[in-house]
Design a protein around this ligand. Sequence first.
Ligand SMILES: Nc1ncnc2c1ncn2[C@@H]1O[C@H](COP(=O)(O)OP(=O)(O)OP(=O)(O)O)[C@@H](O)[C@H]1O
Ligand SMILES: [Mg+2]
Length: 263
Amino acid sequence: MSKIISFATQKGGSGKSTLALVLAAPLATEYRLKIAILDCDYQQSIVKTRNQIDAPSLAAMLQADPSAKYPYDVFPLSLDNVFDFTDTHQDDYDLIIIDIPGRADGEDVFNVLTGCDAVIVPLVSDYLDRASTAEFMGILESIKSAANKAGLPFDYFGLATKRIAGRREEKEMDEYIDGLGLSRFNSFLSNRLAYSRASTLHSLLTPGFRTYAGGTKDSSDEIRRVCEELIERLDLPNHKADSLATAVSEVDEPGKSSTTVTE
Ligand SMILES: Nc1ncnc2c1ncn2[C@@H]1O[C@H](COP(=O)(O)OP(=O)(O)OP(=O)(O)O)[C@@H](O)[C@H]1O
Ligand SMILES: [Mg+2]
């Protein structure tokens, strides 16, 4: 059955759509999860990225490789239709990511959020936004206690993004969230131009696209850490770890050990 998550906060422009874009392609290609993004924002940032930027690239790729395809599905959808979609497609995907509009104050948004397995709140460390973001997470904490008491799955996590290394506000944000007993990821995304170039066709972990977007080894390490923490916290299948384990066990069969033990 699919896990459903959304990136949401009351603060517009905090990086919700970018988080969905940066993580979806690596989760689909390197971690081999079946993914759909439901774009429920009237701005249609993700649908536009696919139709306006990625569709011409895919058309060019198809000339050389007729099997080229998008790594995951994207659907434009109104908030009212989310649960019809998730009911119909619950066995088609490992992970359904909902991109929420740049507000979190309407009943329609809260209905969708409470139906998710987890809500991920982008944490941007600006002084002015800190308290209101924590307040929003406090509401999610209350939903979590009520849902869990009723035996329903619901979780939420802060996830720092647009991080600027060494800025004291970043450490203060972590301490503030921890001090309030709210939950957050240990991993984070920095403020990098490459992330604003994330695509629905290419993963930023693919060497060619990473170079084109201006990414580095550090950006790949960061993305992998977030993907792995997401997989672990949401208890998603980890196909990458499974296939690595198989490869290692094939190399290390009893009697054919590739390691030398010195006594
Ligand atoms: N980690 C990041 N590094 C650099 N730029 C970023 C990062 N995350 C987001 N941005 C930039 O910040 C701006 C807002 O990001 P985005 O559109 O993802 O926010 P949003 O929360 O989805 O906005 P809205 O509330 O309007 O839906 C964009 O210009 C995007 O490229
Ligand atoms: Mg957005």
